[in-house]
Design a protein. Structure first.
Length: 202
């Protein structure tokens, strides 16, 4: 099946940005659904890092991010919702969230931010399944750079967390199809989901 959702990544003068461009008309319900999607993603992100021993706390959006960050970018698509998730964090936070015994270095950091973005979106996928929205994940893309500046089509401040190892930034941008309204609670009768946190290494 041809992709109906394309991500463009632009790098210029040390600035990394991405633009999400739909190839079909989408629903106008984004303003209603985006807060629900971000709430699910925030819960999933907090739980994911807690499982790896890194406590994170939501904070207001900072003015800018100057530190060098590793970024895991991963797309998702389905009949009712499709979009992209971007997870960004510094080297210190990334290494602290690594399982004990993991080798360190740039290659290890690249693999781990890829894996974290995959696991995070996997958790969000399970939450969406319980809300009548099935999505499929793409292969993660990893970038490393300074002055992160995502450029979604509409206003999207993203989610921001602090930890004792440094900040974590998270953006999720999605479109909702055929007037789909994302439920704020699990749909009655939804099937139990599998255990979270299983690693799928790339």
């Amino acid at each position: 099946m041809p992709s109906r959702y394309i991500s463009y990544v632009h790098i210029s003068c040390g600035v990394i940005s991405y633009v999400l461009t739909p190839t079909q008309p989408m629903s106008s319900l984004k303003s209603q659904n985006q807060p629900t999607l971000e709430a699910l993603t925030s819960v999933a992100c907090t739980a994911l890092f807690a499982d790896y021993g890194l406590a994170i706390t939501p904070v207001p959006a900072p003015c800018e991010t100057r530190a060098v960050h590793y970024c895991g970018i991963i797309g998702f698509t389905g009949d009712r919702i499709r979009g992209t998730l971007l997870l960004a964090m510094g080297e210190d936070a990334l290494q602290k969230a690594m399982p004990a015994g993991t080798e360190t270095g740039e290659g290890a950091s690249r693999n781990w931010i890829s894996e974290l973005s995959n696991q995070l979106l996997g958790r969000v996928k399970n939450m969406l399944l319980r809300r009548d929205a099935e999505v499929y994940l793409t292969m993660p893309l990893v970038l490393r750079g300074e002055h992160l500046s995502p450029l979604p089509r509409e206003r999207c401040l993203g989610l921001h967390f602090e930890s004792d190892a440094g900040p974590i930034r998270l953006w999720v941008d999605a479109e909702f199809i055929n007037d789909f309204v994302l439920p704020t609670e699990d749909v009655a009768g939804s099937e139990p989901m599998p255990e979270e946190g299983e690693a799928l290494l790339f």
